[in-house]
Every structure is written in C-alpha cells, then in structure tokens.
Design a protein. Sequence first.
Lengths: 361, 256
Amino acid sequence: MTAARPLLRHVWLVFLALAAVAPWIVSPYELSLLGRFLALSILALGLVLVWGEAGILTLGQGVFFGLGGYVLAMHLKLAPLTPGEIPDFMTWSGRSELPWWWQPFTSPRVAMAAVIVVPGVCAALFAWAVFRRRVVGVYFALITQALALCFATLLVSQQESTGGFNGLTDFSTLLGFDLAAKGTVWTLYWITVAFVTLSFLGLRWLMRSRFGTMLRATRDGENRVRFLGHNPTPYKVVAFTISAMLAGIGGALFTLHAGVVSPALVGVVPSIEMVIWVAVGGRGSLWGAVAGTLLVNFAKDEISSALPDAWLYVLGLVFILVVTLMPRGVAGVIEDVFRRLRPVSPGGKVAAITSPAGGTP
Amino acid sequence: MSAVPTAANAQLLLAVDGVTVDFDGFKALNGFSMTLDRGALRVLIGPNGAGKSTLCDTIIGRVRPTSGNVYFKGEDITHLPEYQIVQRGICRKFQTPGVLSSLTVLDNLLIAARSDRRWWRSMTAAASPAERARANEVLEQVGLIERRDMLAGELAHGEKQWLEIGMVVATDADLLLLDEPTAGMGPAETSRTAELIHSLLGRHAVLVIDHDMSFVEQLGGRVTVLHQGQFLKEGSVAQIRQDPDVAAVYLGRSEH
C-alpha cells in the first residue's frame, strides 16, 4: 500500500515524538487543549473506519462519546464521597438516594470497563437492528441524528440523575490522584497520546486485513458483496461497534481533560462537527483524521475567542470548501503532492493510491 | 410440468416450478417453469418486460415469488437468504457492471474466491494460496491478468463486464446467471465474451439473458423464449428463428 510514499510511511513517528515531548514545549493551557483535541481525535479515527472505509455516514457519534464521558464522570462524582453520600447536584434537585444505575460506578474498575463496554454494547445492538433491516445511506444518517437528539434531550430532562443541562462537572480525584496536580495532568496527557497511537496502529492493521477489504467492498457495492455469498451485515456492525468504542474512550479522556461532560458536547451539532473534522482531514486517511481534528479544533479555539459569533459560519464555509474542492481532505491533497514529487512508483502500480473518497453515502 | 426433481435425476441442476411473481397486480412472471442440467448452457430471450431479469432475481432470492418454487440440486431454495443461496452454488452477474471500484482487480476476484466466508476469519486469515491460484486462473481466463493491480474503477467498460463475469466464475458456483453480459460492448468484445462463456461450460452451467440476436447465435445452445412472464418456446437458435410465434412477439419487430 505505502510502497509509493515511503516518506509518509514513517512521518507519524516524528509527530508521535513531538506529541510525547509537548508538555515541556507548550504552555499548560495549550497542553490542556492538545490533550482534549487528541482525545477527540480517537473518536475521529473511529469515524475513518466506519465512514471512510465502510462508507456509513453516522451523525450520532456524540451519543457514544457521551456514553463514555458520562460513565466515567459518574465515577468521578462518586469517588470523593463516603458511602451513603450522594453527589451535590442530586441533593439540590431534591433526590435523597443514589439511582440504582449509578451504584456500579462507585468502582473505578467497573467505570473504566464501562467506558468501552457501554458504548460498544449499545452500538452493536443498534447497528445490528438497523443494518439487518438494510437501512443504508441517508436514512441511516438520519436515524443516527435522531438518536443524538434523543440522547441529549434525555440527559437534559433527567436533571436529578444526570445533572441536566449543566452536565457533570467539578471532579477532584481519580484512583486517588489529584486531578489538578501537574503530574496527573501530564500523565493523563501521555495516556491520551498512547490511546491515539494504539487506536491508530490497531485500525491501520484492521484496515489492511481482509476485514478492511471487505468493508471497502461493501462500501463500493453492498449488493455485489451479498451476491458473492458474503453477509455484509456483521462487517458493518463490527465496524460501527469499534468506532463507538473508540468514541467512548475519546469521551472519557475528553471528560478528564476538560473537567466536564454535558449535553452540549454530545448532541446533534457536536455530532455533525465530528464528521466535519474527519471530512477536513480526509475520511480515507487515519493520520488525516487526527490532523483534521486538531486543525479544526485549534481553529475553533482561536476564532471563537477572537470573534465569538463567527465560528459556525466559518465552520460551514470550511465544510463547503472541503467537500467541493478537496473531497479527500487535507490528507488527499498532501498525498497528491507527494505522488507528483515521485511520479514513477516502483512497479508502476496504480494500486498504491489510497482509495478515493468516491461513492457518497 | 413436473419440475420437482428426484434423486434419480442427478443431472438436473436447477428447476423453476410454476413461479409467479406479482408486483401489486402486475405479474412479472406468471406460472413460469424451466429446468437446467449441470454444465449446460441456456439462453433466455424475450422482449423488454418479459420477466427475464425478474426470473434471475427470483432464482437468487432478491425477489420472492408469490407462488411456485425454485429447486437447486434437489433442494427447495425459494425462501433462503441471498447469501445462503450463493453459498449453495448460484452466482449472478448483474446488468450494470457491479465491480468493486476502489479495490484492485485482484482483490475483486479474491473476495469472490474467498471460500471461508465467516466474518471473524477475515481479521486474521489472509487469502490462501489456493484462493490466489484460483483468482489468477480466472484472471487468465477473462483476459485481465495484465490489469491485476489496477483499480477496478479504472477499467474500460467491457473489461468491467469481464471482471464481473470473472468474479461470478471465481465463486466456483455450479450455476452462473449472466444478465446481459455484452451490454455496451462492440462486436469484437461481444465475440470474445461468447468464447469466454463457452470456455466455462461443463464446469459451470450458464444461464444467459440477452436480446442481442447476433450474440445469441454465436453462443448457440438451447434458447428459451419468455413473453409477458410466461414460457413461450424452447429450442435451438435456428428453431427459434423460424418460429412464427416468436417472430410475432419478439423477433418480428427487430428483424424486419
């Protein structure tokens, strides 16, 4: 696959080294942003699998991001309390005891496992029910969008057990470590970098396996695959589930970095923004998705502090420009440049080109 | 028509028995029956809307008949899911080329040739040497060996048709359904396609749908004529050409 561009093949190692030493280079504020955005890029990597590879556009990734975030946040709220105590916001809402579904998250192990298991199980059940009925393309996108809307609405409406519109915030400790301490912040940052790297390598392996080929085949012609005797449903369900698990991990790490999880981070608009990060970076490229996430989010931070009202317009404009002028995103443009620099590829194989982002879902 | 197969008739591969397909009152197929032997060639012709494609759809389970049954190797496959019908040994080439455009030509064939179709095996197992050999053999057969590493989407139209025929062949199905395999081809490509189909007989039974009569003549073999969802005639190409009924409904319009 990468024979034609050896330079790009190892360039991620340079970025990994840079990311690892970032705590000594950048300011604490920038580090906090970088940590958050790298957490988001784990979610973006999952979108490459489900959208770029399998061609399934999902506008509900915020749900799984939120599930991961909330599950961990519940533990963070419970961690400093003595048995019998309940989180402060519940008292204010007139609740006197912990809801039963909060109970298991007293245990940090259960909470951390649930960060992956809860989004995974929800996504698998949802995807199996929907893909088995052969709901595809824009209909599927609409269902996922409705799911994001329901999820955010549900969170807001259950004020006394979810923290409502404000979400869950004001965390102090995790596993006995002070979350405000510099050592904890740096460690969390490196853990995030490690998760990005693992997700990147894991997905790269998966996309190069036959499983990845089957996903691209399903994207190109689901019926053709079906009439070659393969059942495409499990491939799609597994891809969707993996991306949901990555979204859950991203959500949990983001919650730790940002110190808050709320409906405003998981609803319809954030779910659409997630797709835009990947569109900007290039939905067919793993490193493109990470780059796109960092690019869009740092831009968002700059622009919203300079011109608070302009951000959504800028984002909309960027999305239109990307879709019309560079359908394969930043990654596509850079890959094209590298290919032009090396016009003669060994063996003259055209196949070295990463799959184009054709076949709009 | 006694199409229900018995174990005694081992040569019988496919039996379509009194199939009716009713699309909200429009009978695309109306009590249609036919049989096909192992390794044999059959050409299905008929005017537009005669039900040729619907018959293919019914055999592969894309359309479920209102009444009637489809038997394959003596088993009733009428209500099996599509991929299970394929796994029994029937594979279809669609009218419009259905190649997987962002995959290489070789990968297209490897997906078709993949014998272990359990999804979890796809994560660990690479293509077996036998599958690779089979894919290369088919590439030689359809004349695309030079194009092996190209993306399927970059092939010329005729080559896409051959690739898809190759994919159908690579599944090692006992019955190949080829729906207008020469659509959009010039005369030279058409005769190459006829030769290709002849090279498949014996190992595979082939059911071809087409209405290009010169292609049908090059193919030879037995011809079944379908008209308004019903069986009209069956015979050699010459017999069908002479037949007044066939001329009235079909050939008459295009030949004179």
